[in-house]
Design a protein around this ligand. Sequence first.
Ligand SMILES: NC(=O)c1ccc[n+]([C@@H]2O[C@H](COP(=O)([O-])OP(=O)(O)OC[C@H]3O[C@@H](n4cnc5c(N)ncnc54)[C@H](O)[C@@H]3O)[C@@H](O)[C@H]2O)c1
Length: 364
Amino acid sequence: MTRLRMAVIGVGHLGQHHARILAGLPDVELVGVADANPAQAREVAARHETTAFDHFEPLLGRVDAVSVVTPTIFHHQVAAAFLKHGVPVLVEKPICRTVAEATDLIELAEKAGVPIQVGHIERFNPAFEELARRPIRPKFIEAERHGPFTGRSVDIGAVLDLMIHDLDLLLALVGGRVRTVSAVGAAVFGGHEDMVNARLEFETGCVAHVTASRISPRPKRRLRVWAPEGYAGIDFVSRKLSLVQPGEEVRRYGLRVDKMDAAARGRLKDEVFGRHLQVLHLDGDRKGDQLTAELRHFVDCVRSGRRPRVTGEDGRDALELAERILSSVREHQWEGHPDGPVGAGEFPRPSGWLFQPPARSEAA
Ligand SMILES: NC(=O)c1ccc[n+]([C@@H]2O[C@H](COP(=O)([O-])OP(=O)(O)OC[C@H]3O[C@@H](n4cnc5c(N)ncnc54)[C@H](O)[C@@H]3O)[C@@H](O)[C@H]2O)c1
């Protein structure tokens, strides 16, 4: 089998891992890496014995597929150039900065007859894969994604940086359109929003509460789903899935507490989980990481012509929902009326101290 000639454009924090993994895939030849920072391109290229480029253009005629891992503001420019040359593209999330740009990429891919895949990596999390295989009709969802402030991805805010992962998962899990969006978000450090909460109501009747923060001391990424079929909880960090479902008796008759004697009622709290509600904990497959699974899948789609698990349309749908959330965030009135501060950027200034601030040392 001839090896697929691939390149990575943008080899910063994440792109260098794309390069490392692609360099190690037996059916891929990493023909080069490009980065606007020539020293970074040289360092990563040297690590993987490939060629460094300080611009993507020389790679246009030399590759069969490409991975675009530049900051979001450059996704459209770089991906469009390759698609115009008929080169399949894996573009990191969010697909682009605007829905119009995303639509343009989808049309270019269609015209060229090549796949475009978007890097919504949580779709490859084994815990989510396990859940997506099961017949669940979500009616209420809570999604939380918290991370420490890294100073990276400051060209976008917490919605496009973090929440977009959960928006894609919700759309994949619930299906159908989102009827109403109501959101609040605050730019704690100035610039874009650093924390956001959104309430979404789907046409299916499902309600979702989604929170993202990029100023939390500890990472936390979890999804909790309540459905007629039961409850599902995913911890994306440990890749664990917990499932709870009503047992046969509860499904038929409900829990008839009124028919229980005092002793049975006394045991209830120890017997609810296990006897009346059945519980299954699944540990995600710890072998193999999600990025490798995502890149292998892309390579497979390029070779076989199969439709990627996360298409350009999926990326655009998540972005469209993100834009609706951002527009709701922009309209939020912090004091309940339009004459006061409005939107993430006008988060009211502190009116006092919650506790005595520590004394500043001379050196600080
Ligand atoms: N899927 C995920 O979980 C995940 C995680 C982190 C980042 N991302 C996405 O990956 C992308 C990159 O994020 P990062 O954290 O690696 O950023 P980064 O700033 O660390 O790296 C980006 C690199 O791209 C280079 N670059 C900038 N413009 C370029 C251009 N026009 N051509 C070539 N190179 C260019 C920069 O010099 C830099 O080295 C972003 O879109 C981000 O949203 C996705």
